[in-house]
Design a protein around this ligand. Structure first.
Ligand code: FES
Length: 623
């Protein structure tokens, strides 16, 4: 009997199943978590996945209620209703449309100025002087006389195509959408149109989207999705290699990204009551490799010294030229790159944290698959980038997962009894306080991984070198099936997959490599700026929002700073993209600061290797 091999991205876990098994069953067999509240009866629609390669059974009528035709064409399916007819590659799409409270928490307490690049101007056509003129010339005259705009405004073709119908519909009263007071990008009937903007943060592992009302800056909808480029490699170097080694590699990665972004915009629009066509402006941040692939630029040069990007300044491009399905006339403004791997995402972080307006020296760390570090103040800013890898996003960790409902986000270990307790995203309090079925965990996310390592170290279950110490007799510590030592964080009877959730010796090594890269990068900048100590630290990144500062310091994730002076600010890169969306002056500020930051190339730093080796220890070797 033929068996099928099913590969799940982004975890890249694989399993072999007999015909007749569903993709959901295959995922459970592989230990891959897929949210499935109705337990595979096609009633909840939560088990959406994207079949990237291989053929599968047809869509049933029941399934079609949850997956639109457009999404079916992109390979979206319900895992519980889909049966392999071939070997498959399946992307756990990780779509998550946040409730507004979650977004408010991320973007709270930050003042904003409403000064968008696209404005509405209500006019009557023909112009006030009543002279007959071609419609668009009449519109330009009205815009000049009523609002003082230049008569030589450009007009995009769709605006010319819309104007005749718009004039007919509301007795000549129309709203012109004007970009930067330079180009008419749309003409709609009536007045006071809803104008929306999209801020897009393209991470190596996760893509975050924020849709806001450009009239008041209010966030209407936000969501995130797994970057489908995970199929081509977990980190930026493997994406560069894919581009370099495949003729249409960049194009394929760009198309997959756009498909996921477009599908998520459509779902956010349906859920939060807007139309994608109402989005008339967009800003984008991302690390240098993501930035290039988003624009369809081969990132190959970034793989070779001196790691020169193809473009460094900000880029404006029509949405229709990128294939992003918002108003096709709108511009997508991609923020500038600082240097090498320090990309537009870091510019977004700087716009959000504004160290260049402060006297106090801050160390700003953007924690993601690629870690970016900035140190300085209004006098001088240094930046560098380090390859932390995807461990903190839960990838390449045996039971790792993104911080989403079902992920263990907090762990504590009793040093006397070695008993483990944990807290799960989506529920309040510790597991020991709940009935066993309250919310079953499915894996460990970054903050849970850091907590586990910190508590293992404090309880002297692992040593400074990260290795499990001999002589610890406890039921949770064992040698796993692959012959590697591991600690059981949650027993199979408590979990959503029915399998034990463990942290292995190899996983701990991954954490050590990631934290050593970050710690060493911070030390190099501190040495360059010749400061004695760090008095203010800002931790950005969606995962950084959830870390326990004491535990992060306990494993030496970064150099010492009083925890009171460490601010966890969430997705600051996305917040920077949002600021540039609602205040066009921020785009100029971004261009200015991107040019003024001094980039430190770690690969050329003679002390980096020494700092890295010192930082492999837990917490780190003393200097
Ligand atoms: S598990 Fe509910 S629809 Fe598939």
């Amino acid at each position: 009997m033929k068996e099928y091999r099913i590969l799940f991205a982004p975890s890249m876990k694989e399993t072999v199943v007999d015909p007749g098994k569903s993709v959901l069953e295959a995922a459970r067999q592989a230990g891959v978590y897929i949210d499935s509240p109705c337990n595979g009866t096609a009633k909840c629609g939560k088990c959406r996945v994207r079949v990237m390669e291989g053929s599968v059974s047809g869509v049933t009528a029941q399934e079609a209620e949850f997956v639109s035709n457009a999404d079916q064409k992109l390979g979206y399916r319900l895992a519980c209703m889909t049966h392999p007819l071939d070997d498959l590659t399946v992307l756990i799409s990780g779509e998550d449309i946040l409730v507004s409270d979650a977004t408010k928490k991320i973007f709270s307490g930050r003042s904003t100025i409403i000064n968008p690049a696209v404005r509405n101007y209500t006019i009557d056509i023909p112009g006030e002087d009543g002279r007959p003129a071609a419609l668009i010339e009449g519109a330009k005259t009205a815009l000049a006389s009523r609002y003082g705009l230049k008569q030589e405004l450009a007009a995009d073709l769709p605006a010319l195509q819309q104007i005749s119908q718009a004039v007919k519909e509301d007795k000549g009263t129309v709203t012109a959408l004007v970009w930067e007071d330079r180009e008419i990008i749309g003409i709609q009937p009536g007045s006071d149109l809803k104008r929306l903007g999209l801020a897009l943060d393209i991470g190596t592992t996760t893509v975050a989207l924020y849709v806001c009302d450009l009239r008041n800056g209010y966030i209407l909808s936000s969501g995130s999705v797994t970057n489908p480029q995970a199929l081509f490699g977990a980190e930026v170097m493997s994406r560069i290699a894919y581009s370099a080694n495949h003729r249409d590699g960049t194009k394929r990665m760009q198309q997959e990204l756009m498909s996921s972004v477009n599908a998520l915009i459509a779902r956010m629009a349906a859920k939060d009551g807007f139309s994608a066509q109402q989005i008339v402006d967009a800003t984008v941040v991302g690390n240098t490799v993501m930035h290039h692939i988003f624009l369809g630029i081969a990132p190959d040069r970034l793989g070779l010294w001196p790691f020169t990007p193809s473009v460094q300044s900000s880029v404006k491009v029509k949405a229709r030229d990128l294939g992003i399905r918002i108003d096709p006339s709108s511009y997508v403004h991609v923020l500038p790159i600082e240097a090498g791997f320090v990309g537009a995402d870091n510019v977004g972080v700087l716009l959000s944290a504004e160290p260049y307006n402060k006297d106090e020296v801050s160390l700003i760390i953007d924690l993601g698959t690629n870690g970016e570090v900035v140190l300085g103040n209004r006098e001088r800013l240094l930046c560098c980038s380090c390859a932390t890898g995807p461990a903190f996003e839960g990838a390449h960790i045996s039971c790792g997962m993104r911080a989403m409902p079902g992920a263990i986000e907090k762990v504590r270990i009793d040093p006397a009894t070695f008993e483990v307790d944990y807290a799960v995203v989506g529920t309040e309090g510790w597991a020991s306080e709940h009935e066993p079925d309250h919310l079953r965990p499915a894996g460990l996310c970054g903050s849970g991984i850091i907590d586990t390592v910190a508590h293992l170290f404090r309880a002297e279950i692992i040593g400074e070198d990260g290795a499990f110490l001999p002589g610890r007799d406890m039921p949770r510590l064992r040698t796993g099936a692959s012959g590697v030592k591991e600690i059981v964080v949650a027993w199979g009877g408590e979990t959503a997959t029915g399998r034990d959730i463990v942290l292995t010796q190899k996983d701990i090594r991954q954490v050590q490599l990631a934290k050593a890269a970050l710690h060493a990068a911070c030390r190099i900048l501190v040495n360059h700026l010749r400061i004695e100590s760090i008095t203010r630290m800002v931790i950005a990144g969606a995962f950084g929002m959830h870390i326990d500062k004491e535990n992060a310091l306990a494993i030496g994730l970064f150099p010492w700073c009083d925890p009171e002076n460490i601010d966890l600010v969430g997705n600051a890169a996305g917040h920077g993209a949002y600021l540039a969306l609602i205040d066009k002056e921020k785009r100029k500020e971004a261009d200015r600061i991107a040019r003024s930051v001094t980039h430190i190339e770690l690969a050329r730093e003679k002390d980096f290797q020494r700092e890295f080796l010192n930082a492999l220890s837990i917490p780190h070797k003393k200097h």
